[in-house]
Design a protein around this ligand. Structure first.
Ligand code: DGY
Length: 324
């Protein structure tokens, strides 16, 4: 008898058919997540779970899944999963690193460029038929080349962004819990600085750190007040790292020039005051949303699930102690 698994969302059909070769698949197949009570009920007899970063897996649901042996996230972040509770229950948790690094760095760069040069605002204005005459001061933005880029979170994606910055002749400073080795700093022409120095000096502050409760509101009013009024903030990391209300106030009071925001507190709901601002570019958590990256992420999660339930070592286990 094939092990039973649950798929919580609509994913590409290629993922589902591959899983069906190995497992008896209960495919929710919808873009709407399962309500907690239904998730509990459908997990009760399952050995495996393929889930998205938008599907919370808290301790009470884990406790109601006595047969569960693997929870495989389609995403590099896994703050939606109570990993400690999974570890206690002997459930392997996996994520999908690497395959979305360059794609997410591309989106970070696109947001940075968009807000610096005010592309969506200028485009909207043109579409509205407001372009009457050439103007010397039409839609003036901020130069990206030669500016100082401050990267907070210098992991894989941070490093991919630093590489892009070299092509723009930028000075790159970064802040990270652990400092990169000297040869890596030389490779990316990046210097480690304190968080406060980075916030004070950077023209563009890019957030790329993973979410955990310790970095909740890592950027709040006090941090925003350290930034230059000419500076821009770009968040492609996770909602909750920035205090969105404080960001909105700083943007409204022009204490900050602009922001690019891909992730929000409480998403898919977000603070509606963002919509009243003309100095912010908003995107709906699409950092890794290229066809290629999403297929690669899905397949990597599928590989992890197959490995975990067929006695192999899943490649991306974030709690390897359960595999002992
Ligand atoms: C991730 O992989 O964590 C992304 O945020 C999902 O797109």
């Amino acid at each position: 008898m094939k092990p039973k698994i649950l798929i919580t969302r609509h994913f590409f059909p290629e993922l589902v058919s591959r899983l069906q070769m190995y497992f008896e698949v209960d495919n929710h197949g919808s873009n709407e997540g399962l309500p907690p009570a239904e998730l509990k009920a459908r997990l009760a007899d399952k050995a495996g779970l393929l889930l998205s970063v938008a599907d919370p897996l808290p301790a009470d649901i884990i406790a109601a899944a006595p047969h569960l042996r693997a929870a495989c996230n389609v995403g590099v972040g896994y703050n939606n999963i109570d990993v400690a509770a999974c570890t206690k229950a002997g459930i392997a948790v996996t994520n999908t690193p690497d395959v979305l690094t360059e794609t997410t760095a591309d989106l970070a760069w696109a947001l940075l460029m968009s807000v610096a040069r005010r592309l969506p605002m200028a485009e909207r204005w043109l579409r509205e038929g407001q372009w009457g005459a050439w103007r010397y001061d039409l839609w003036l933005g901020t130069d990206v080349h030669d500016a100082t880029l401050g990267i907070i979170g210098m992991g894989r994606i941070g490093q991919a962004v630093a590489r892009r910055a070299m092509g723009f002749g930028m000075k790159t400073i970064y802040h990270n819990r652990t400092r990169l080795a000297g040869e890596m700093e030389a490779k990316y022409q990046a210097s480690w600085v304190t968080k406060d120095t980075l916030l004070r000096e950077a023209d563009f502050v890019l957030l790329l750190l993973p979410y955990s409760p310790t970095v909740h509101h890592y950027i709040g009013e006090a941090e925003l007040r350290l930034m230059k009024p000419t500076a821009h903030l770009v968040n492609v990391a996770r909602g909750g790292i920035v205090d969105d209300a404080a960001l909105i106030t700083a943007l409204r009071e022009r204490r900050l020039c602009g922001a690019g925001v891909d992730v929000f507190e409480g998403e898919p709901k977000f603070n509606p005051d963002f919509l009243t601002l003309d100095n912010v570019v908003l995107t709906p958590h699409i950092g890794s949303a290229s066809k290629q990256a999403r297929m690669a992420m899905g397949m990597r999660a599928v590989d992890n699930l197959i490995a975990a339930l067929t006695g192999e070592r899943p490649r991306d286990c974030v709690n390897p102690e359960v595999l002992q």
